[in-house]
Design a protein. Structure first.
Length: 234
């Protein structure tokens, strides 16, 4: 075959494309278990962060097993849903459903002093992409013990500040119920207060849309837990 001809060039290029594609497919398949393991480790670190327990990629699995003593899924009526693993529930999909149809994961942490905290996942939208996190609540079903927020692509120095401790720490000690009615914590511009009487924190300076996204995320994600949080008191 004439190596200078078009036919040879096309055949050579086609073979190389097939070989490279096959190699990439093999690499992708072989790395998938490692990628999934890293995703699960990162999720465990985030859950632990919501109860103020720092962990690393090396000890997150061990720390999670030590402190997260239980997990389950409930419905909007606080009834447990059997056959579902709370860790694997896709919260991003659940928050798009009507409240009555949602599957609501709950993670139970027991701290070194014996106190129990209930960790609830939240998911929403920021300015440039998804935002998510976890809110931990005391056994009274009302007082926030800790908060963790993360994002995919918010602006550094502005909306991305939601992942900083200085923002997240504002939620500690805030309450989800006011006079017996659930009113999730609001995120307000400095000097402003919510009209419904809910407790609030200061928004990120210059990150108005992201801050509003955090407030909407908290409200949309936590309202379906109303009956569950009330059941903790009972």
């Amino acid at each position: 075959m004439n190596k200078q001809g078009n036919t040879y060039t096309i055949l050579y290029a086609s073979v190389m494309v097939i070989i490279v594609a096959a190699l990439l497919a093999i690499i992708s398949v072989s790395l998938k278990p490692l990628q999934q393991a890293n995703i699960e480790i990162d999720k465990k670190k985030q859950i632990l962060n919501s109860v103020n327990i720092a962990s690393t990629s090396k000890d997150a699995v061990e720390m999670y097993a030590k402190y997260i003593t239980d997990s389950y899924v409930v419905d909007v009526n606080a009834e447990k849903v059997e056959g579902l693993d709370a860790f694997n529930v896709e919260v991003a999909a659940e928050v798009k459903k009507a409240e009555a149809e949602r599957k609501l994961p709950v993670f139970v942490a027991q701290l070194d002093n014996g106190d129990k905290k209930y960790i609830l996942p939240i998911y929403g939208a920021g300015l440039w992409g998804p935002i998510w996190g976890y809110i931990s609540v005391d056994a009274d079903g009302n007082t926030i013990y800790g908060a963790y927020f993360a994002h995919q692509g918010e602006t550094p120095g502005l909306g991305a500040e939601i992942e900083k401790v200085v923002f997240q720490s504002q939620f500690v000690g805030k309450h989800l119920f006011v006079d017996g009615e659930m009113k999730p914590v609001a995120v307000m511009k400095v000097g402003q207060k919510p009209l419904n009487g809910a407790e609030y924190v200061d928004a990120v300076s210059g990150g108005t849309i992201t801050s509003k996204g955090v407030q909407d995320m908290i409200e949309n994600s936590l309202l379906p837990y109303n009956a569950f949080l009330k059941s903790l008191v009972k």
